[in-house]
Design a protein around this ligand. Structure first.
Ligand code: SF4
Length: 238
């Protein structure tokens, strides 16, 4: 880290000697730990804007982990002004990963934040497909909305997280409770979850962002979701 810092400072000095002050410093490294330490040192010693990145980070899988650790740690400490995710993959993936890092830290336009349960023995439906389809559609449609959407796999522990999000779903057997602003507003068949969630995101408006109510008239009509078969209290819960 010290060598990266010193090298950057030598170049800054050359710029300064030539009255060039329009400088952004980058001390990228392929090792996330090294780059974190180097950027911290530069941030301590100078006020220049910093461009963050983990170079040659690897494939989509490995590179996403390394970039999230390296770039994410620094941003979480308030260090960094621009970022670049470098992956041995389609550049479109680099942008997506970069956007997700920012979104995870609540930086910039928050957008639609998908929260999904990790699943366990209580899972009672095809949550993976639901999450994948919702995530893909959200990425494709690039909604200009700011909200959290929780997609949960059972009616035992799912409702807690679904209630805490702006929109939520907790699966039952073949059906799901649909939540808005912490209240159950509908019960829908599993194969309509994706369309229902996307429609609700589409219709999400400024009033909702300010925190409207959950529509008591809809709430009254919501049926109970069957939870039979979810009978293993010793299984992990969430
Ligand atoms: S208990 Fe938690 S992790 Fe398991 S399916 Fe329900 S919500 Fe998901």
């Amino acid at each position: 880290p010290e060598a990266l810092y010193e090298s950057a400072m030598r170049h800054v000095e050359v710029c300064n000697r030539n009255d060039f002050e329009d400088i952004v410093i980058s001390v990228k490294h392929s090792d996330p730990y090294m780059m974190i330490q180097a950027y911290r040192k530069v941030a301590e010693e100078t006020d220049y804007p910093l461009h963050l990145g983990v170079t040659e980070s690897g494939t989509l899988d490995t590179g996403t982990v390394k970039s999230s650790i390296g770039i994410g740690s620094l941003l979480a400490d308030g260090i960094g002004d621009t970022i670049r995710v470098s992956l041995a993959a389609d550049p479109v993936e680099e942008v997506k990963v970069g956007h997700r890092i920012l979104k995870s830290l609540g930086i910039g336009r928050p957008g639609v934040n998908i929260i999904a349960c990790p699943t366990c023995g209580r899972l009672v439906g095809d949550l993976f497909t639901v999450v994948e389809e919702v995530e893909e559609a959200v990425a494709e449609q690039d909604f200009d909305k700011n909200l959290d959407v929780a997609l949960m796999g059972c009616a035992v522990n799912g409702p807690g997280e679904a209630e805490g999000a702006d929109l939520g779903v907790s699966l039952g057997r073949g059906r799901a409770h649909f939540f808005k602003h912490g209240e159950v507003v509908d019960t829908i068949p599993e194969d309509e979850i994706v369309d229902t969630v996307l429609e609700a995101i589409e219709n999400w408006d400024e009033e909702d962002e300010a925190g409207g109510d959950g529509g008591p008239e809809d709430k009254e009509e919501a049926d109970a979701v069957e939870t039979t078969g979810v009978t293993k209290p010793d299984l992990p819960t969430s």
